[in-house]
Design a protein around this ligand. Structure first.
Ligand code: FPP
Length: 241
């Protein structure tokens, strides 16, 4: 496929709520996990498209702190999929110079998955190309609560004064402390809500709600969404020049 010239006005950081796997599978009379597997293949395509499209950071919502409420079969199937995905993709990430990070509450995940996540982060720590952040057992409120606990510990230990806690200090305690805020948040499948995703970080993000179900979200659709972003006037609370 021909390389697309990156749009200088395009978003540097795109975050995606990959929704619609279940409905995609259901429409084909298949179990929900069939949709999640198709969704995983789409992740590869979108990650590969990022450098050509000028996207430096991609954050994807793979499993939320609320997703444990799904059936045991679906949760177990997703955990197996995540383990296999990391094992399979690790070498490709290194080859493609993709730095991988995970955000979310790790201790609740099983030790094997947890270990693979640590390994993927360590193996790609030297990569300087695209930055892929996978949100796994992630919830925005949970992240802010955990950050506040760490911050409170520092205050109690005398490392930080309460009056020094501000909009610059607090994000340093978030899981995303080394990643810039998203410029654009995309949600697929026609739902228009943010479902506890990057609550602090997306304060000034643009949103795009796309009808396409995640397993049908192609590189071409992605490129179109980024083009539309280029036409937006981001004012960050100020007025246009
Ligand atoms: C939401 O669709 C999707 C999820 C909860 C799982 C997201 C997981 C993937 C895309 C699989 C692969 C990801 C990685 C990183 C390997 P849904 O199940 O809520 O769909 P529905 O709204 O149609 O039921």
């Amino acid at each position: 496929m021909a390389k697309t010239k990156p749009d200088p006005a395009g978003p540097r950081h795109v975050a995606i709520i990959m929704d619609g796997n279940g409905r995609w599978a259901q429409a084909r009379g298949r179990p929900r996990l069939f949709g999640h597997h198709a969704g995983a293949r789409r992740v590869r395509e979108i990650v590969e498209a990022c450098p050509d499209l000028g996207v430096e950071y991609l954050t994807i919502f793979a499993f939320s702190t609320e997703n444990w409420k799904r059936t045991q079969t679906e949760v177990a199937g997703l955990m197996t999929l995540f383990r296999r995905y990391i094992m399979k993709e690790m070498q490709a990430f290194v080859r493609e110079n993709v730095r991988v990070r995970f955000i979310g509450d790790r201790p609740r995940l099983d030790a094997k998955l947890h270990g693979l996540m640590d390994e993927a982060e360590a193996m790609t720590a030297h990569c300087t190309g695209m930055n892929l952040t996978i949100a796994l057992n992630y919830g925005g409120r949970d992240e802010v609560s955990r950050a506040t606990q760490r911050l409170a510990r520092d205050v109690a230990a005398g490392k930080l004064r309460p009056e020094d806690v501000d909009e610059e200090t607090l994000p340093r305690y978030l899981d995303t402390c080394v990643v810039p805020d998203p410029d654009l948040v995309i949600r697929t499948s026609g739902e228009a809500r943010i479902s506890n995703f990057l609550l602090w970080q997306s304060a000034y993000a643009e949103y795009e709600f796309i009808d396409t179900l995640w397993p049908d979200f192609t590189r071409e659709i992605f490129a179109d969404v980024l083009k539309q972003y280029g036409a937006r006037d981001r004012r960050f609370g100020a007025v246009s020049a």
